[in-house]
Design a protein around this ligand. Structure first.
Ligand code: UD1
Ligand code: CA
Length: 453
């Protein structure tokens, strides 16, 4: 039986440099909190336990993960250093376990990268070779072997020149941590209990220490301020875009693509620049999305084209539809196949039947629209009386003239025609023409417009 893996995530720090009310580990990358990303990595490694050491903003952090029943919350009321943080978690970890230490503010480390650390039986560090090692603990070697870690603030000028740094991520059997961590002292530049002191203890105990150098430094970069949050976001987005492209998604510019959730797609889907996908997005074959459109929790049928600058939220869209540019679909908008929704058209909680069109400047709310309906420019369903919402029904083959107000509740029966500029307050019978506008058009000959004095 291999030893169970317990992951300890250090997340108690304040994150002063974020200058934010939100606890640092709750800041999001790709729409998911940094701590969420780290938990995902722990789960991908099949951790038997996830112990989150938290302190600053403790309540908010716990609340954000209230649904995650696999998390053991370890409170570190006062932040006395990484060694002290791990000491709080150790009592909850069986001596037979292996332990991986991760950081709540190092959100991009992938399970694949962490996996090699877990293969050893002694102490393993994740190291890196950044171009600028400033601020990091340096890995001190003697005759090629790891001899210890010296923190930046405690390092002498020669040690400061070492480029091999400690990412903070490490692996060790719980048995050894339980032996070493209680012995950590705080006689150093910061007066903190440094977890990194266990490296020298391991060397003294003749326990093998290995350091695995991570290939891509971006993966282990910490997030301490909004600038680093943004660079982590871009690195993560680029990594995902590259992966989606290997699966066949055509992203015109992976540097101008944002996914804050998940996307599934068929063949030959093309996303132009600046597309933002949020929540759960499903695209059928051959879906084309124009520049700067935002899709949140949307399903799009095959062959549908979404032009630029659309905002689509909670909508279900059929096949071969044409949407936008500048269209807005709100929750519970459902479009059948071959529907056209044009510029400055808003659809909310409405079903639009097959081949129906609303091409310009319209509001359809709480409406049921049949097949082959033409909704003219400027048409509005007056669905709200100030207190309640009412339904509009437009049956098949109706022609709604421009600038029509449909005062709900109202039904326009099959094949009816509504003259432009009508305010419809009564149900329209099938096949009829309904016109309701000022009867007479008056002419005042030789009309003099007012003049400026
Ligand atoms: C730490 C390492 C350093 C490494 C660097 C990588 C130590 C002593 N040093 O330094 O070798 O190069 O990370 O980024 O470990 N935390 C707690 N409780 C505490 C203190 C910290 O939970 O009492 C958490 C913080 O929230 C943070 C992480 O531990 O997520 C790292 O702490 P931080 O103080 O930032 O360590 P560094 O000085 O960056
Ligand atoms: Ca740090």
């Amino acid at each position: 039986m291999p030893a169970p893996l317990h992951v300890v995530i250090l997340a108690a720090g304040q994150g002063t440099r974020m200058r934010s009310r939100l606890p640092k580990v709750l800041h999001a990358i790709a729409g998911r909190s940094m701590l969420g990303h780290v938990l995902d990595a722990a789960r991908a490694l099949n951790a038997a336990g996830c112990h989150v050491v938290h302190g600053h903003g403790a309540e908010a952090v716990r609340r954000a993960f209230a649904a995650d029943k696999d998390v053991t919350w370890v409170l570190q009321a006062e932040q006395k250093g990484t060694g002290h943080a791990v000491a709080q978690a150790l009592p909850g970890i069986p001596a037979t376990a292996n332990v991986l230490i991760l950081y709540g503010d190092v959100p991009l480390a992938r399970a694949e990268t962490l996996w090699p650390l877990l293969q050893g039986k002694s102490l393993a560090l994740l190291a890196a070779m950044p171009t600028d090692p400033k601020g990091y603990g340096r890995i001190v070697r003697k005759a090629g072997r790891v001899a210890g870690i010296v923190e930046d603030k405690d390092a002498n000028p020669a040690q400061r020149k070492i480029r091999e740094v400690n990412t903070g991520i490490l692996f060790a059997p719980a048995r050894l941590l339980k032996r070493w961590v209680p012995k950590i002292g705080n006689k150093n530049a910061k007066g903190e209990y440094y977890l990194t002191d266990i490296v020298a203890m391991a060397v003294k105990d003749k326990v093998k220490v290995s350091a695995h150098v991570v290939a891509d430094f971006a993966e282990v970069q910490g997030v301490n301020d909004p600038g680093q949050l943004a660079s982590a976001e871009r690195a993560f987005q680029l990594r995902r875009a590259m992966h989606l492209m290997t699966e066949g998604l055509q992203i015109r510019d992976p540097a101008r693509f944002d996914l804050r959730g998940s996307v599934t797609f068929g063949r030959d889907c093309v996303l132009d620049v600046g597309v933002v996908l949020e929540g759960i997005v499903e695209l059928g074959d051959g879906v084309n999305i124009g520049p700067y459109s935002v899709l949140r929790n949307v399903t799009v049928g095959a062959g549908t084209r979404i032009e630029s600058h659309c905002v689509l939220d909670g909508a279900t869209i059929g096949s071969d539809c044409r949407i936008g540019p500048f269209a807005r679909l709100r929750p519970e908008a459902s479009l059948a196949d071959e529907v056209h929704i044009g510029n400055f058209v808003e659809v909310k909680k409405s079903h639009i039947g097959k081949r129906s069109k609303a091409n310009h400047l319209a509001y359809l709310g709480d409406a049921t629209v049949g097949e082959n309906v033409n909704v003219g420019a400027g048409t509005i369903t007056c669905n709200y009386d100030g207190a309640n919402k009412h339904a509009t029904v437009i049956e098949d083959d109706v022609f709604v003239g421009s600038n029509t107000q449909l005062v709900a509740p109202v039904i326009v029966r099959k094949g009816a025609t509504i003259g432009a500029g009508s305010t419809i307050t009564k149900d329209v019978p099938p096949g009829a023409l309904a016109v309701c506008r000022a009867k007479e058009q008056k002419h005042y000959p030789n009309w003099k417009r007012p003049q400026k004095p």
